[in-house]
Design a protein around this ligand. Structure first.
Ligand code: FAD
Length: 500
């Protein structure tokens, strides 16, 4: 869907109004006020009465970059949000029941420009020279041993687990420090210009009217501006991503936090465990067509460790994306724009991409070219992420009930089908450079889910037997040596960022 040229009044953007104060709203406020606060007037409206979705506590490494761009101090952020380190995700019971693999944020082995390390490893396996694929990746081995430190020179690639409500509070302080204004209140009316359909102001329940030039819709699943007001359609992906419901809760920690998220497949979906310094975030994600709410609740509560400190709250969702995340003078971020279920913790990343892209092309005056470019780029990125998440469901040996039989045999997006077949036949992936998940991620997950490529690249034959042995042994030894010297994850954090 492209924007019509005639729809665009020639109006300077000076006042930015952010509707919603969840993670999306406050991330937008933080970035825009930090970078453009001196030249823009920024107002965020949030409603305590409505509240936030209350989940979204696992991230991916791009958040480290986002914080660096905004010059957010890592120790202050981690202390304020009770954050822990995430080196990857432990996928349990996905390929088969009682099977586990870790998708880590690290690079495995050492690539040749012609071929990924996996080709050398495959030949090594055939020759009896290679050990587990996991043994050649520092982040993965550190995750297995519950270790973390900021390493000198080439550090580990990591992300965070954090308390979502504390993160919003932290970003609020940060944003207000750069001039963003916060208004408490419930938006009850959205006013539009008759000719252009542009949003002109938001009216609050107390009668206050907030005018703006550019509106950022961060109202979560309500999608008050982009959906309810501008009626931008939604592309539904529930035929590929079956889950539509979740139940979340928080429990006390019964042991030191591990540096990875746990994603534990269940009867008709999966559960997350997100360990923070002060508590654990837990949730079950499921498909209501295959399991009732009561059954899901029973499965969930029956498997929790620690004491429940917040009553479980239900969430319904529809996986998919807005046909346009930017329409007229409204940009939708977060759940208002798209939602690919939480399996690989990608939504906060997508919020961040939306924000950085908006900042890259921030308009003096909104034009259709800017809007179309923004939407096209976001579209492609979302589809790659969607394919990556669907991969976890469709490549599985599990056929133990109707849910797993359905996900294991569903018709795939052609882009994903091609990628799986290519890897199965050749060991190659060839992601495009702008994809969020790079070759290493695809390979770790495809192998973890049970695909072994049928052939390896001939470049792996060029090394002699002894050269290959030396090559593999030296990577494995240096990985083991590095990991040996890393302290336990929580020992490190207790001195690096004692919680506030
Ligand atoms: P919300 O948190 O819902 O915020 C909406 C805001 O809009 C609130 O402040 C609300 O008060 C305000 N609002 C709404 N209507 C009005 C109104 N009329 N007037 C005034 N204010 C209004 N993402 C990850 O990256 N990692 C994860 O691990 C992860 N796990 C998830 C698990 C589940 C089950 C779900 C559903 C999502 C998960 N996500 C995850 C996504 C993540 O929750 C969101 O990306 C993140 O919380 C941002 O949400 P949001 O700000 O868009 O919406």
């Amino acid at each position: 869907m492209t924007e019509e040229v005639t729809e665009f009044p020639h109006k300077a953007v000076k006042r930015v109004v952010i509707a919603g104060g969840g993670t999306a709203g406050w991330m937008a406020a933080a970035a825009i006020s930090r970078m453009l606060g001196r030249v823009l007037d920024i107002t965020l409206i949030e409603s305590e009465e409505i509240g936030t979705v209350g989940v979204g506590e696992a991230t991916i490494p791009t958040l480290v970059t986002f914080h660096r761009l905004l010059e957010i101090n890592e120790q202050e952020f981690m202390a304020a949000t009770q954050a822990t380190i995430k080196l990857g995700i432990s996928f349990e019971n996905w390929k088969d029941r009682d099977h586990r693999y870790i998708h880590s944020f690290g690079v495995t082995g050492q690539d040749h420009w012609m071929a990924n390390f996996v080709h050398f490893w495959m030949r090594g396996r055939e020759e009896g020279l290679a050990s587990r694929y996991e043994d050649y990746c520092v982040e993965l081995r550190a995750a297995e041993e519950n270790k973390f430190a900021h390493l000198p020179r080439k550090g580990m690639n990591y992300a965070y687990h954090m308390d979502a409500s504390l993160y919003a509070k932290f970003l609020r302080r940060f944003s207000e420090g750069y001039g963003a204004k916060r208004v408490e209140g419930k938006i009850v009316e959205v006013n539009q210009d008759d000719a252009s359909g542009y949003i002109t102001s938001l009216k609050l329940a107390d009668g206050n009217v907030i005018e703006g030039d550019l509106f950022i819709d961060c109202t979560g699943f309500r999608a008050l501006l982009i959906g309810k007001t501008l009626n931008v359609g939604f592309t539904d992906w529930s035929h590929w991503l079956l889950n539509d419901s979740a139940l979340a809760t928080q429990t006390t920690a019964v042991r030191d936090a591990v540096p990875y998220t746990r994603a534990i497949a269940g009867n008709a979906g999966w559960q997350w465990r997100i360990p923070l310094q002060h508590r654990v975030g837990n949730g079950i994600v499921y498909c209501s067509r295959y399991i009732s709410d009561d059954e899901a609740k029973q499965e969930f509560l029956g498997s929790l460790e620690g004491e429940v400190i917040k009553d479980p709250w239900p969430i319904r969702f529809r996986p998919g994306q807005r046909q346009k995340c930017w329409s007229k003078n409204v940009v939708a971020l977060g759940l208002a724009g798209s939602f690919i279920e939480p399996l690989e913790s990608t939504t906060i990343h997508l919020i961040q991409r939306g924000i950085t892209r908006l900042l890259n092309c921030f308009p003096h005056v909104i034009t259709p070219e800017i809007v179309n470019e923004y939407n096209a780029r976001l579209d492609t990125e979302l589809q790659h992420v969607r394919d990556f998440v669907v991969l976890h469901y469709c490549v599985t040996n599990r056929r133990d009930n109707a849910y797993w039989r359905t996900v294991g045999s569903m018709e795939l997006p052609p882009s994903l089908r091609q990628r799986i077949e290519l890897f199965r036949e050749t060991g190659n992936v060839f992601p495009v450079p702008t994809e969020l998940f790079a070759e290493n991620s695809w390979i770790q997950v495809m192998m973890g889910q049970g695909i072994t490529p049928r052939q390896h690249h001939p470049i792996a034959e060029v090394m002699s037997f002894d050269e290959l042995r030396q090559f593999l042994d030296s990577i494995r030894a240096s990985t083991a040596n590095t990991v040996r010297q890393i302290p336990a994850h929580m020992d490190y954090l207790r001195s690096y960022c004692p919680a506030d």
